[in-house]
Ligand binder design. Structure first.
Ligand code: P6P
Length: 329
């Protein structure tokens, strides 16, 4: 008998059956995220063929040049999730303010925060890029529109987190707190199929450290000491793609330590807490790894603003603990 082909939908429904409290809301949210991922994957894979490369000339809230695919991905995710009646508010890296659910649609009990297309500066070079998402339950069971406090929640409160990697294949990796599961898009049938059940970060992890060493002149003495200590632990390789989802996915599957530290020009690092670092930290912890800002567990950090940045040390526990020792003192 051939092994059953487990689609994302089948997997989510089977997971939902294990949890009587599950209302099906999350099933619907993940289904809609998967639809958006398929549409973005199609556009990313065609990017070289249609005039969608290059900038729009516009800039996003962070003053970064917005690539056309960024805009497309941002719109696709909003359009896939604005009408399902499960969300009461959204937030995107591409939008300065929270994104309300259009008044003609019902409001639900969850909020979605997302980076629609991270690593977009790599689009023209055909380097893997990704979407990152984080789902929280609204803070209190009032109904109607959500509010900023529904978005500013610590990572420990995430009900789901994950990412989509648009690379040699398109993978969706997510967790709802019961392990990490990876699905690979089979374009011939348009389905995400379970390809990596219960992902665990290898222990011991490969001796890989991942950081942009070009900035070492701007690092603290403690950061420089950490990299020297890592190198001193035996032959390490440096791998840095410069696309967060790709660097994180490699760290999750091979082990190692990914870092985006604070430095003299970026006192809180570059990566955003709510829709980049926090969801990836939940995935990493659920796979047996760890994630800190050099001192605090990422998931414990209570956000103060929507686009807040944090330094990140994420990967094998032993390497993250070494980072805490060096950075946190
Ligand atoms: P740097 C891509 O622009 C990004 O936001 C992340 O995907 C990536 O990890 C980081 O920036 C790379 O930044 O400063 O090393 O070029």
């Amino acid at each position: 008998m051939e092994k059953a082909v487990v689609t994302l939908n089948r997997f989510i429904i089977e997971e939902e059956r294990k949890h009587p409290a599950a209302t099906g809301d999350f099933t619907s949210i993940l289904h809609d995220i998967a639809l958006a991922a398929k549409l973005i994957s199609r556009a990313v894979n065609k990017a070289g063929l249609i005039d969608i490369l290059g900038g729009t000339g516009d800039e996003n809230v962070h003053g970064e040049r917005v690539q056309k695919l960024d805009e497309y991905a941002n719109q696709v995710i909003f359009n896939a999730l604005d009408h399902g009646g499960r969300l009461c508010l959204m937030a995107s890296e591409e939008s300065a303010e929270p994104i309300p659910i259009p008044k003609q649609f019902p409001k639900g009990d969850y909020v979605l925060l997302y980076d629609p297309l991270d690593g977009s500066s790599n689009i023209d070079a055909n380097v893997s890029i990704g979407t990152i998402f984080s789902v929280h339950h609204r803070r209190d069971p009032r109904h109607g529109d959500g509010a900023i406090e529904d978005l500013l929640q610590p990572g420990t409160r995430q009900v789901a987190a994950g990412y989509v990697l648009y690379g040699s294949s398109t993978m969706l990796v997510y967790t709802t707190g019961m392990g990490v599961h990876g699905f690979t898009l089979d374009n011939s049938i348009g389905e995400f199929l379970l390809s990596h059940p219960m992902i665990r970060i290898p222990k011991p992890g490969k001796r890989i450290y991942s950081v942009n060493e070009a900035y070492s002149d701007r690092w603290s003495a403690e950061q420089r000491k950490l990299v020297e200590r890592l190198k001193g632990k035996g032959r390490f390789s440096l791998r840095y793609i410069g696309s967060l989802v790709a660097d994180f996915h490699r760290t999750l599957l091979y082990g190692g330590l990914f870092m985006y530290p604070a430095d003299s020009s970026a006192p809180n690092g570059k990566l955003r807490l709510l829709y980049e670092v926090s969801p990836l930290s939940m995935v990493c912890e659920q796979a047996g790894g760890a994630a800190t800002d050099g001192q605090r567990r990422i998931l414990d950090i209570v956000p103060e603003e929507l686009h807040q940045r944090v330094p990140i040390y994420i990967g094998n526990q032993e390497y993250v603990e070494l980072a805490n020792e060096c950075i946190g003192g």
